[in-house]
Design a protein around this ligand. Structure first.
Ligand code: FAD
Length: 516
């Protein structure tokens, strides 16, 4: 289920409460819960829902310590729940500490702020209140003393200790601590500027600033573009040896080892590989489509558009381009209302008989290799393929801005084997794809939808622990894409992102030497 009748759905990283789940969610939880009680007909609630969704995205890493929920009090079936909690106005927020008893009414958030940053700070204040159970998964948030830091490695076996030096009223250290709580091999503590002996031992001059301290006693300053929460978290989550907890762990030596049958091939994580794109084509045309014995109606239209877009914009090896063009010519000539997949396949396999056209058989993941066979591979290559196509359409520059996106939408809707993915993607397309009015918009639209998916999947079981889902591109890949507002909040510089994508997915940057 993606869409709920109310303002939220589980894909917003928000627990949707109902009479059936309210007790189990609120009262047997090892995490604290912050619940929004709202009514769908209340305009303020609708306006606030964008903040609540942004907050959920912003603090999704905090879930084991504090999670967000919402309940629609306008829905008659939910009325008894809202009455039970004494809700008289909307939106109302209530905080339920970890292991709350089922007699509690929750703690009202009076006069709560209407922005993500303010709410985040309020949550930390509530978590830190002393008269309640501490969520077991929540690391200490209070400032560390010198003695605690000196004895840290005697009692903890982590590889890195990150120290955020900051002033008393700053929340950055606590936010970064929570951002990293699902990661292993790293701990974060805040240290106040008044801890003068540590400040001088580490030579700290800026507040905030972040230092890495390891068990051998070495100290180094964390290099970041901006001394702000998101930049610290990005950098720390990606340190060598740091992986998300609770996932299959594979040993990390210099190069990550995979445990698939295939030998791990070294690759550059910051490049696109032709081998992945060709593997996507093979899998899509020979495996995924093969599930459809006959292709008719909207599916046939979708297939024609998809193949046509590939034939027009895929700038791969000449032999592959020829193969796509040959298949496209055949397909566009089919005037009936249906085709048999076997006929399509015959054409695909025989195009080389009279020319050098060929679509290589089999898959060889390079940039899309996973650390286990079940991770990455095909879906990774599908994203890459369509990013490349949106960028290549822009390189040609006189095409319909929606052409590639419509082709992707049609393909995903009709054929993409992961059906829940297809439903999600279709609902995102329905939401705002029609706002795309230029080829640059198309490139950015796909980028931002991909980031929405990344956001939804961060920490999901399908996530390869060695390739955590991040808001992409990270600062080390595109420093100028990122900036901070005066409040210290992160923001994307969309013009820079656009330029970056244009270069990153451009045809002349795609690596064909698989070992580069
Ligand atoms: P991927 O997300 O596949 O990304 C591949 C590469 O693209 C990354 O390594 C990175 O180099 C680059 N990249 C990352 N983010 C961006 C960005 N914002 N813009 C441009 N490039 C980027 N899985 C589910 O479990 N549920 C779903 O609902 C779901 N929906 C999907 C919808 C579509 C249309 C597709 C193609 C896939 C979907 N998947 C879904 C699969 C999921 O998104 C990943 O593809 C899969 O988990 C493999 O992840 P990955 O680590 O290889 O990175």
């Amino acid at each position: 289920v993606i869409a709920d009748a109310g303002l939220y759905s589980a894909s917003d990283q928000i627990i949707v409460l109902s009479p059936d789940n309210v007790d189990s969610v609120l009262f047997s939880s090892s995490a604290a819960l912050l619940v929004e009680f709202y009514a769908t007909w209340c305009g303020h609630c609708v306006a606030f829902s964008t903040v609540w969704k942004s907050l959920a995205r912003d603090i999704k890493e905090w879930k084991p310590a504090v999670d967000l929920a919402a309940i629609d009090c306008a829905d008659e079936k939910n009325r008894p729940v809202c009455i039970r909690f004494g809700i008289t106005g909307y939106p109302s927020l209530k905080f339920f500490p970890a292991y709350s008893s089922n007699t509690t009414q929750g703690r009202e958030f009076q006069g709560f702020p209407r922005d993500v940053r303010g709410l985040r700070h309020h949550i930390i204040d509530k978590l830190e209140m002393r008269d309640q159970m501490w969520p077991p998964a929540c690391p200490p948030l209070e400032a560390a003393s010198e003695a605690e830091i000196d004895s840290f490695f005697q009692t903890n076996s982590v590889k890195h200790l990150a120290l955020v030096f900051e002033k008393k009223n700053s929340y950055v250290g606590r936010e970064v601590t929570l951002d990293l709580l699902q990661y292993e091999n790293i701990a974060v503590r805040r240290v106040l500027d008044t801890e003068t002996s540590l400040v001088s031992r580490f030579n700290v001059t800026d507040f905030p600033s972040c230092y890495l301290y390891n068990s051998s006693g070495s100290i180094s300053r964390l290099k970041v573009l901006n001394e702000a929460r998101v930049f610290y978290s990005y950098a720390l989550q990606r340190l060598p040896g740091v992986v998300r907890t609770g996932k299959m762990k594979t040993p990390i030596i210099d190069l990550i080892k995979n445990s698939t049958e295939e030998e791990w091939r070294p690759f550059n994580k910051t490049r696109v590989y032709m081998s992945d794109l060709e593997s996507a084509l093979h899998y899509s045309l020979r495996v995924e489509l093969a599930a459809h014995v006959t292709i008719t109606g909207a599916d046939l239209t979708a297939l024609k558009k998809y193949i046509n877009v590939l034939a027009t914009y895929f700038s791969g090896r000449p032999s592959v381009k020829s193969a796509l063009k040959a298949v496209d010519s055949w397909l566009q000539e089919q005037e009936g209302t249906e085709i048999k997949y076997s006929d399509f396949r015959d054409v695909l396999d025989s195009v080389g008989e009279t020319s050098d056209a060929v679509l290589p058989e089999g898959v060889q993941w390079v940039g899309c290799q996973g650390s286990q066979a079940r991770y990455r591979g095909y879906p990774c290559s599908v994203w890459n393929l369509f990013h490349v196509l949106t960028v290549q359409a822009k390189e040609i520059d006189d095409s319909d801005p929606l052409e590639v996106l419509q082709a992707m939408r049609g393909y995903v809707k009709s054929f993409f084997g992961c059906r829940p993915c297809a439903t999600h993607f279709e609902s995102m397309a329905q939401e705002n794809m029609n706002k795309v009015t230029s080829l640059s918009d198309a490139v950015l639209w796909l980028w931002s939808q991909h980031n929405r998916v990344n956001n939804r999947l961060a920490g999901d079981l399908s996530e390869d622990p060695h390739f955590p889902k991040i808001q992409w591109p990270p600062p080390e890949l595109c420093p100028n894409c990122h900036s901070v507002k005066w409040t210290g909040e992160h923001s994307w510089n969309r013009e820079e992102v656009s330029a970056f994508l244009q270069n990153y997915f451009s045809s002349d940057r795609i690596l064909s030497d698989y070992l580069q």
